[in-house]
Design a protein around this ligand. Structure first.
Ligand code: ATP
Length: 367
């Protein structure tokens, strides 16, 4: 494909209200040239509205949008040089694949030769070149989805905007198309903004993810940082499957010994004393540990081991999810498959380097 100008996208203090509902609440973010950025969050958090404002399909109440160096606030959608793929898009069943992909170019009255060349290039890239003469109605769902992508990339816009494009696909196709999208984007290196509520999809695709909640961006970071250093309870609980375990505790101090008291067990954190001396957090805390950072002890003498009882086991082939009861607390461990029985008593160890501690009241991360 030919070399094209890439563009960063900058949104500044973008706000949109629908009556009393603030759908998007003063959000700012920079999406770098060539970046694959995902907006991730639960239903109703404002992802689609943000994307529609960038696309020019919705007018913001406040804030600015730049594509490249151009302030596009007042530019109509068709002049913003973007390619969009939405969940449902009108396809014309009678048209053949070639015409379907060529449509955006015909609209722009490009020369016939150029249309032919570009459609062929895109079709080869997507692996659908052999279907160009087929009517749309004969294609499978994933082929149709590829054509949808083809229509968006054939114009070679500066930015792609995608809103849950894989939602309609069954699980297997989803996995296939997810990998295809990643490959296409890494080849084209075109700035991409992708909306999803599926955290796994975002983690796999994105170079950076903006996690949204109630119209705001809570954290905008690389997938690794979001996973390892979530800024608050919302992000910690949203990223990762199964989700992070949370345990309510109280911070207790006896001279230089700091402990988290969870009622049914105590956990020594004296080596983190400095953090708590500096912190303004109260004594009500939440201990967070990911299921994969919770080990079922092999030697019962491990110093920090906590007594637990096996509840239900969810086998996953070479690994398994073990549901554990520690007094009144329920915890999940994601471990390699080991012989365990329900009701068995075991000891568990939390990886000290991987624990998270949150201020319960503020919901923010301390560790
Ligand atoms: P979903 O994944 O369910 O689409 P989302 O994160 O994309 O969710 P938005 O669709 O942007 O969220 O909606 C954000 C809020 O704005 C919601 O409360 C929604 O009901 C409201 N909203 C969105 N569009 C409109 C509209 N045209 N009129 C009124 N309210 C709207």
């Amino acid at each position: 494909m030919e070399v094209r100008v890439m563009a960063r996208v900058l949104i500044e203090k973008l706000t949109k209200k629908f009556g009393d509902v603030t759908a998007v609440d003063s959000i700012s973010a920079e999406i770098a040239d060539g970046e694959f950025m995902c907006m991730l969050g639960p239903s109703g958090c404002g992802k689609t509205t943000t994307l529609r404002m960038i696309a020019g399909l919705e007018q913001q109440d406040e804030g600015d949008i730049y594509i490249g160096d151009t302030l596009v606030n007042d530019l109509p959608s068709k002049n913003r040089d973007i390619g969009m793929v939405f969940q449902f898009y009108a396809m014309y069943p009678d048209k053949n694949v070639f015409e379907q992909i060529a449509f955006p170019l015909r609209m722009r009255k490009l020369p016939k030769d150029e249309i032919k060349r570009r459609v062929k290039e895109v079709a080869e890239m997507l692996g659908i070149a052999e279907f160009l003469k087929e009517p749309m109605s004969r294609l499978t769902v994933d082929q149709k989805q590829k054509i949808e992508i083809g229509r968006a990339i054939v114009r070679q816009p500066q930015v792609y905007l995608l809103d849950e494009p894989l939602t309609n696909l069954d699980a297997k196709l989803r996995v296939h198309m997810r990998a295809e999208l990643k490959r296409i984007q890494s080849e084209l290196k075109t700035t991409t903004i992708y909306v999803t509520h599926d955290q796994l999809e975002a983690m796999i695709l994105a170079s950076r993810i903006a996690i949204m909640d109630k119209g705001r961006i809570v954290q905008y970071d690389t997938p690794d940082r979001l996973y390892e250093r979530p800024v608050d309870l919302f992000v910690a609980g949203f990223v990762g499957t199964p989700p992070m375990n949370f345990v309510d505790c109280t911070l207790t101090r006896d001279k230089d010994n700091y402990r988290l008291d969870a009622g049914d067990f105590k956990y020594d954190i004296s080596d983190m004393a400095e953090l708590f001396e500096k912190s303004s957090a109260g004594s009500e805390l939440i201990l967070g540990i990911r299921p994969e950072d919770l080990r079922i002890a092999e030697r019962l003498t491990d110093r920090d081991a906590i007594e637990a009882q096996v509840d239900i086991i969810e086998p996953l082939g070479s690994r398994m999810i073990v549901n554990l009861k520690v007094g009144s607390h329920y915890l999940k461990a994601n471990t390699r498959a080991i012989p365990l029985q329900p009701h068995e008593k075991v000891k568990i160890i939390l990886d000290k380097n991987k624990i998270h501690i949150f201020d319960k009241k503020a919901s923010t991360a301390i560790v």
